[in-house]
Design a protein around this ligand. Sequence first.
Ligand SMILES: *Cc1c(COP(=O)(O)O)cnc(C)c1O
Length: 423
Amino acid sequence: MNHSKSRALFEKAQKLMPGGVNSPVRAFRAVGGDPLFMARGEGAHLVDVDGNRYLDYVGSWGPLLLGHRHPAVIEALRETLEIGTSFGAPTEREVEFTALIRQAAPSIEMMRLVNSGTEATMSAIRVARGFTGRELIVKFEGCYHGHVDSLLVKAGSGVATLGIADSVGVPAAFSATTIALPFNSAEAIEEAFRRHGERIAAVIVEPVVGNMGCVPPAPGFLALLRDATERHGSLLIFDEVMTGFRLAWGGAQQRFSIRPDLTTLGKVIGGGLPIAAYGGRTDVMSCVAPLGPVYQAGTLSGNPLAVAGGLAMLRTLEQHPEIYDQVEQRTARLCDGVARAAGPKLTVNRVGSMFTFFFTSSPVTDYESAKRSDTAAYAKFFRAMLERGVYLPPSQFEAAFLSGAHTDEDIAKTVAAAAEALT
Ligand SMILES: *Cc1c(COP(=O)(O)O)cnc(C)c1O
């Protein structure tokens, strides 16, 4: 494969942007080699600037549940360009969009639209603190909630990929408001509430973790979080930026039948445009200005272009609920095929259309077990797959995704490529 144009662009980009990129994991540091510059996407495929074509299992890191350039999304965007891209005033589509979200996830009685998942989690914990009058936030090691100062403690995603313990630049006083516990540990939760129960404003969790690679919750773990927070007057925040509308129409909270107090959404709800949301109980969300004293605002929040893209995405999913089963079955076939080809050296975790090939023979249930993976082996696999036209996440600690645009033939090709790459 020729990558000369990508290489030339990367040369220039490195002088202009840290690592040549606008988000760290894109730099391919953990897999060796230079990032590929993309020219366009079409359905399940990406085409780079040198004209190489890849089957895409990154899907813009989660949003593209319907693949690249889904006609409904493109048409909605085209129509919106005729009326304008931002008014800084409310519009009819925001009402339709938020009503659709509430219909899908009834725990989200009232919400705010923002522009990124980071903004959503930052705002959600502020509201939780404002509502409870408490300061401490419990999070889990290896979960990533965006680059919010106090949530960068033992974070997953790029922080895990690059082996950064806790980000420099975060005041110690901020980190001190965060308690980081091992994911899936009932004892750790009980102990934290025994010691600090009266001071814990909220527990924030990825109900299915995607940001240390895909790690499902142990049976009963989410119910335990629901119960412990309720007993101690703390709020339960489901960070569904990745899982919302991906694991089911109603997200992980529907799949696992747990009603959180607050939820954050992003990725899929934007259909590939920058939009995210936080919301939940009406009494809690009534703390947000102008109803209450917790301040949160945004110049471009709920802008017509992003809302149109998101609305087209959600309406398509609503009208085609069969997409979820179809995508899940294909993801299962892919994962089973690769697991069979690899044998015991691989642990494959999957929930719905989220999955990770962990290069370890032991189960991956939390950050410690995820970190026991052979990242050099993953890097080699990644490069071998790329040469065969398959674009996987450039990190062992990122979930991969299927979209509705991936066909049975794509799956068969990918399994065949993996069987070769693994030998
Ligand atoms: C991606 C992600 C975020 C951050 O969203 P951005 O839009 O990248 O700021 C937060 N939480 C989870 C669970 C995510 O997967």
